[in-house]
Ligand binder design. Sequence first.
Ligand code: HEM
Length: 190
Amino acid sequence: MSRIVDWPARMREVAGFVGLDQNELEIIQSTRELVLARGEELTAAVYDHFLKFPETRRFFLDEDGEVNEEKLERRKRSLMRWLTGSIDFKIDEDYPIRLLATGIVHSHPPSHRAHLGSIPSRFMIGSISFIQTALAQIFQEEINDPREAQRASVAWNKMLMVQLDILQAGYVNETPTEATGEAPAGPDFE
Ligand code: HEM
């Protein structure tokens, strides 16, 4: 059955549901320098964490069971690109589609790592949680006013949840209903 989804509309719906507003997008942008300054440290911590658990570590090993440092560096750079792109999070036509593609790379393994299977969705959720905690720690350390630090954490938390919904979309099978705004199945072509 074909399913047609208006991804920007879905993202707007979730943003509305978690209460992410324009003011919070501006708060996120105001953290740019901080996130850029400590982003590499953060992404390195994410990958150190992956390497601690066999179920996530296995994605970064060579055939001989050793960590492939080159692959790891590439992955850290991808995560850093995603993180810095997140500072300018917005709901346009492109953003949700790029995010969807990132999610699909994890849920549907490309042929070169087909033997490893999907990256389990629980680790996508766990990674977002790890990143939220690390950002909260950075804001607490670097922003003098504790209320401002908390506002920055809250804004990032909400925005990362909106992203997580789309990152997970390739894993989730939901029954479409009219209420989701998804178009009904089209005709079957021979
Ligand atoms: C917050 C969650 C995550 C984000 C935002 C993220 C982000 C990214 C991005 C932007 C890419 C590059 C995609 C591309 O080339 O088009 C990528 C690739 C990759 N990520 Fe993640 N990632 C996340 C979680 C994970 C986890 C939990 C694992 C495994 C434990 C993982 C393993 C990989 C691997 C193996 C690739 C290479 C995909 C390929 O084979 O081409 N990622 N990730």
